[in-house]
Design a protein around this ligand. Sequence first.
Ligand SMILES: C[S@@+](CC[C@H](N)C(=O)[O-])C[C@H]1O[C@@H](n2cnc3c(N)ncnc32)[C@H](O)[C@@H]1O
Length: 209
Amino acid sequence: MIKEYLENINIKETNEQLVSLKSYALTNNVPIITDDGIAFIKQIINIKGVKKVLEIGTAIGYSSINMALYSDCTITTIERDNEMYDKAIENIKNGNLQDRITVLNQDALEVDESTLGKFDLIFIDAAKAQSIKFFNKYKTCLNNQGLIITDNLLFHDLVVTPIKDRNLKQLVRKIDTFNKFVVEQMDFDTYIYSIGDGMSLSIKKDVIK
Ligand SMILES: C[S@@+](CC[C@H](N)C(=O)[O-])C[C@H]1O[C@@H](n2cnc3c(N)ncnc32)[C@H](O)[C@@H]1O
């Protein structure tokens, strides 16, 4: 009920490309960020004056295009699936954002992160069982005032639901392990929010000293 109330009261997206990408994602079962999740990220980008974003998990480019349209940041985004990569490239071209968004068609665990440069914000939104690996690998790419946002930490509320399916149970256990891991990182100040599908915001501690 609260979700519906907020959906009705908040101003709806009117950008034609974003509306059409969202509808494409829904029809084709492509998982994309929720409305409140992307609103949260865009507000952080604007409040903090984020200039460079690294995204792990592009899918069709919905979140990257969204971030690019509502700020002046540049985005590097990594996608391992060839079909998703092609679709993202097509969508980014259609949005005329190719000089602001670079898509790498690679497995994010195999990218040489030392070649990417430094980023103000890293958005982790790829294979949910690998979040600890992504966090540890890519935290080295953060600027001094860097932020890491990780999505799907509540995994459709399954982190608090009894599960019978063995594979799903294992995946949810890994997400729970990530959640415990991320709040305990001493070099970051982290809080997990019930925004979107559950998002953590981790601020590199040198920011707040
Ligand atoms: C949830 S979708 C990303 C959605 C996108 N961020 C958005 O909100 O529009 C996750 C994507 O991550 C990709 N992915 C999963 N594991 C990956 C990995 N190890 N390296 C690169 N991409 C990966 C999947 O192929 C999928 O397209």
